[in-house]
Design a protein around this ligand. Structure first.
Ligand code: ADP
Ligand code: ZN
Ligand code: ZN
Length: 738
């Protein structure tokens, strides 16, 4: 037996593992993740390293492979655990150990040791209020945003002000000069005066909330680590519950990881954690440089920070003594990685929690079918928060409009009569409106009206999308050309766009309601740094009456003045090749409904659709998760989809179509041979939903089985088969457990 060992625990060293022999005496002790002592280099100096893989294959002449000296004893380090986690991910999801290690280990990159700096408010409340209204009058939006935040908390991390709040140094400086605020180094937090002003207690929890916290604390103290699912309607106070749980775990000298989908990681959310826990909180996001992330991870390793908040990669924070992982909006698809290993943060967190004897808490207003099924089977503890917690907030009234009826009545516009009337009403009363569309771009595609030819990307099997009225873009590879004035096939000048995108909605809204101010938020308008916050805060500050957007606008934000949410075409997310599209549609509509009526005024939601009878729409309209769950489960049962059965997809791709076909055939026969032993449902092989992307052809094979272990075995067999066949070097294979 041999152990592959990396000397230095970092992303870059993963490719440079050294092989050592394992002496018989150490065979039982040496496992993946264990720290060992080894002779290193010409002088055979003793060094420490981590075992990342065990193998019976010698990489070179056996006699020249040195022996492991011994195992480092003592407590298991965070690194050991991360390496073991990487091993588990490799086995569970199918990838190489290198890919798995690169996913969990930080990119080691020295940044100029950036000091953590904080903005501190230096004036009293009355003065502060005066300063807020002065900025308001002068139209200094960014300053107003910051000063308002100081009304809640005396200290704001500079990184949050410059990051999520989008302030520039130029707008901060004048306030420092006027001694309204000061910029302080880290030591400020050791100053007890500032400490005293941190909000030590939060709101008084209502009975539903305190029942969850009480039970959690009770189980935690008794050492019970069963996963908790909090199913709480939007605004039911889940975040307040998390804060109490975190508080308890911190008191036990443990650390906490909080996952929040990037899109919901706004400064309002972040500040709630800062207000409560101050400099113990750290945040990572995908816009940070590798060096900045490394810096945050180092601070976590030293337990200088005790709470890490971030998107799914925050899971790999090397805390010395992890006690709790919270996953907010547990159902979000962003928790599944699109890169190999294609891990799901929920499952990986479960494993990580188990390795650390930590607790895992999941929260959602629309739990994933996976999580809710486990909760019903009592694998998870289930808690329900059934009402909105804030004062004066109500659940919205929901109305479904049948677009087929509108058409019959001669209304060809994108606004139904009901929506038009409601919008006019809100505009007259100075209230705000959100219009939601689950798609981006101007029109979905452009085609010739004479010959019917649709304009396609030459590199991908998709139609091009029209942007700004005169550019055609491919959303898969980025290819773009100006809109031709004649059809390239028949020369006809009659070319037209079909379908409706956010830009088009914006234009039509302006046309229909010329007196209104309209803002648009989608991938195009938010691609620049801070664009997202800029638009949301402009809307929050009532610089617009109507916000048009994609699913980005339905996440996480509280707009007390929004009393109408219009979903323009609920069907758009309903028809797709993904078996989860019904679930996604339900989630999106429920979330959209949750945006209306967050303030003192009741809200209305109007859902326009061509299929008002579809259960995803019916159940979202009645805000009835339970009914949706049972209907959707019946569908999964009938068609054998997860969570009823397990689904493994094998995606094979290559530039050479013939080689690809050969590979696909061989893989298929491998599976067929295995299926003699175990019944596995096979679908395909077939062309992927988009067959060609960027000149690469893609084929897919689906395997279904209730027993996860059987699918893993097949995956392992396929992996070793393809590794041994030389022509597979031209074909890329990706495994994905749905
Ligand atoms: P969720 O995370 O479930 O969407 P939040 O924790 O954001 O809900 O709470 C929604 C609003 O209700 C927030 O403004 C919060 O401050 C308020 N809130 C939560 N719990 C309480 C409570 N027990 N009493 C009063 N207000 C509360
Ligand atoms: Zn034509
Ligand atoms: Zn393309």
């Amino acid at each position: 037996m041999y152990a592959n060992v990396i000397i230095d625990i970092s992303h870059e060293k993963v490719d440079k593992a050294f092989q050592y022999q394992i002496p018989d005496a150490l065979r039982d002790e040496i496992q993946v993740g264990v720290q060992v002592r080894i002779p290193f280099g010409k002088g055979n100096h003793e060094r420490k390293g981590y075992v990342v893989e065990l193998t019976d294959q010698a990489e070179y002449d056996e006699t020249r492979i040195k022996e492991v000296i011994g195992v480092v004893t003592g407590s298991i380090s965070a690194e050991s655990k991360l390496i073991r986690l990487a091993w588990w991910m490799k086995e569970r999801y199918g990838s190489t150990m290198n890919q798995a290690l690169k996913t969990v280990l930080p990119v080691k990159q020295k940044v100029r040791q950036k000091e953590n700096r904080f903005l501190v408010c230096r004036i009293g409340e009355a003065e502060l209020k005066a300063a807020v209204s002065e900025s308001e009058k002068k139209g200094y939006k960014a300053r107003e945003r910051l000063l308002k935040a100081f009304l809640d908390t005396p200290v704001i991390p500079y990184s949050v002000a410059a990051g999520q709040m989008n302030l520039t140094m130029a707008s901060i400086k004048p306030m420092i000069e006027k001694q309204i605020i000061s910029l302080e180094s880290e030591t400020i937090y050791r100053n007890p005066e500032v400490h005293g002003t941190l909000q030590k207690t939060s709101v008084k929890l209502n009975s539903e909330q305190s029942a969850v916290v009480h039970d959690f604390v009770d189980r935690y103290e008794r050492g019970i680590r069963k996963t908790t699912l909090i199913y709480g309607v939007t605004g039911s106070g889940k975040t307040e519950v998390y804060l109490e749980m975190i508080n308890h775990v911190l008191n036990r000298e443990k650390q906490v990881i909080v996952l929040i989908p990037e899109i919901a990681l706004t400064y309002q959310t972040v500040l709630r954690f800062y207000r409560r826990f101050g400099s113990m909180v750290s945040i990572i996001n995908s816009r940070m440089s590798a060096g900045e992330r490394y810096d945050q991870f180092e601070r976590a390793r030293a337990a200088e920070v005790k709470i890490m908040i971030g998107p799914r990669s925050a899971l790999f924070t090397p805390f010395p003594s992890l006690g709790l992982i919270i996953i907010d909006e547990e159902h979000e698809s962003a928790y599944k990685s699109e890169l190999s290993p294609r891990y799901h943060a929920r499952e990986t967190a479960e494993k990580l929690a188990e390795m650390n004897q930590a607790s895992l808490v999941l929260g959602s207003a629309t739990p994933s079918l996976e999580a809710y099924t486990k909760a019903l089977h009592r694998e998870y503890c289930l808690y329900r928060l059934t009402k909105r917690a804030g004062k004066d907030s109500h659940m919205a009234r929901v109305q479904v409009v049948d677009l087929r009826e509108e058409l019959k009545n001669g209304n060809r516009s994108i606004f139904s009569e009901a929506l038009k009337n409601a919008m006019n009403d809100r505009l007259e009363n100075g209230q705000q409106i959100m219009l939601f569309l689950n798609r981006r771009g101007y029109s979905s595609f452009v085609s010739c009206r004479s010959c019917g030819e649709a304009f396609k990307c030459p590199h991908c099997d998709v139609t091009l999308t029209l942007h700004h009225g005169n550019w055609l873009k491919c959303h898969y590879c980025g290819y773009e050309i100006p809109l031709p004035d004649k059809c390239p096939c028949c020369g006809s000048p009659y070319i037209a766009g079909f379908g409706t995108g956010t830009q088009k909605i914006e234009t039509m809204t302006k046309k229909m309601f010329p007196q209104s101010r309209v803002l648009r938020m989608d991938l195009d308008t938010t691609s620049k740094k801070g664009g997202h916050e800029e638009i949301l805060s402009a809307f929050a500050e009532r610089e617009a009456d109507i916000l048009v957007g994609t699913q980005m606008i339905v996440k996480g934000h509280d707009f007390p003045n929004v009393t109408l949410v219009g979903v323009l075409a609920a069907d758009l997310s309903l028809h797709s090749s993904d078996f989860r599209c019904g679930e996604r549609t339900f989630q999106l509509l429920t979330q959209a409904a949750g945006r209306a009526g967050r303030g003192q005024m009741a809200g209305d939601v109007i859902i326009q659709t061509y299929t008002p009878e579809h259960y995803s729409i019916v159940c979202a309209a009645s805000q009835d998760y339970e009914s949706f769950y049972y209907k959707e489960m019946a569908y999964r049962q009938a068609l054998h989809y997860p969570p009823v059965t397990q689904l493994l997809s094998v995606l094979m791709s290559g530039k050479d179509e013939d080689l690809l076909n050969q590979a696909v055939e061989q893989m298929h026969s491998q599976v067929l041979a295995y299926v003699w032993e175990k019944p596995v449902e096979i679908i395909g092989p077939a062309e992927a939903a988009v067959y060609k992307v960027n000149d690469i052809y893609r084929k897919i094979l689906y395997l279904k089985q209730e027993n996860y272990g059987i699918l893993i075995t097949i995956k392992d067999k396929l992996e070793s088969f393809s590794r041994a066949a030389p022509w597979f070097s031209h074909v890329n294979i990706q495994y994905d457990f749905a």
